[in-house]
Design a protein around this ligand. Structure first.
Ligand code: SAM
Ligand code: CA
Length: 247
């Protein structure tokens, strides 16, 4: 039987609100991961960028430190060199990528907002990795269309991180599947959408959470049956679906 203490733990400890950086059972467990394995090993530039971003009004959008560490590990495991990122914001995941890939590695980075990227850019420069980044201001879809037109780009990306407008993820996937190499990886971020993917129809969700939820649900369904990829949905951050192209 649940005790009062359990009840209190459930109410206070579970992440109900958008903005929590984990879908774990309790804040304490998440803090444990951060303090034991993430913060002590976080690159000093990543820490600096995280602290700058924390002061920005839209800081809810940033990639969490544990997810940054995960991306870095994944990039190194697959020896990623030619990469792409859709949705940069102040650049936390971008910096994680830039630090993880080799000196001659590349990141095509896209965002409709350059100002936020410029907030993080001095830190990226200080870390000595800005030469790896080709930042394009503007919507990602037309850039992808251009890339797809040229056969040379097909199968040329080792890793692509998608962390932008959720209502376009399916459109991105249609193009990215040609651009990523066989054996390469696409990571779709926020695929658990703050847990709202399992919220009952009458759940009191914030307007934008409710709006994007249907797109996230559609994406998840589409990825689950796509024979061109193997997938793994991880409860890191707000959920990330790792897709490995197999044909
Ligand atoms: N990966 C980032 C990080 O680690 O901080 C967070 C990205 S944030 C969740 C989403 C970003 O997508 C925003 O900066 C927003 O401007 C950008 N965005 C929205 N629509 C876009 C589009 N159509 N094309 C490119 N970027 C877009
Ligand atoms: Ca995200």
């Amino acid at each position: 039987m649940a005790t009062n203490e359990d009840q209190k733990q459930t109410e206070s400890g579970r992440h109900q609100e958008v903005g929590h950086k984990s879908l774990l059972q309790s804040d304490a467990l998440y803090q444990y991961i951060l303090e034991t394995s993430v913060f002590p090993r976080e690159h000093e530039a990543m820490k600096e960028l995280r602290e700058i971003t924390a002061k920005h009004p839209w800081n809810l959008m940033t990639t969490s430190a544990d997810e940054g560490q995960f991306l870095s590990m994944l990039l190194k495991l697959i020896n990623a060199k030619n990469t792409m990122e859709i949705g940069v914001y102040t650049g936390y995941s971008l910096l994680a990528t830039a630090l993880a890939i080799p000196e001659d590695g590349k990141i095509l980075a896209m965002d409709i907002n350059k100002e936020n990227y410029e907030l993080g850019l001095p830190v990226i420069k200080k870390a000595g990795v800005d030469h790896k980044i080709d930042f394009r201001e503007g919507p990602a879809l037309p850039v992808l269309d251009e890339l797809v037109k040229d056969e040379k780009n097909h199968g040329s990306y080792d890793f692509i991180f998608v962390d932008a407008d959720k209502d376009n993820y399916i459109n991105y996937h249609k193009r990215l599947i040609d651009l990523v190499k066989v054996g390469g990886v696409i990571g779709y971020d926020n695929t658990l959408w703050n847990g709202s993917v399992v919220a009952p129809p009458d759940a009191p969700l914030r307007k934008y959470v409710r709006y994007y939820r249907d797109f996230v649900l559609e994406l998840n369904k589409a990825l689950a049956v796509d024979p061109r990829i193997e997938i793994c949905m991880l409860p890191v951050g707000d959920g990330i679906t790792i897709c490995r192209r197999i044909k």
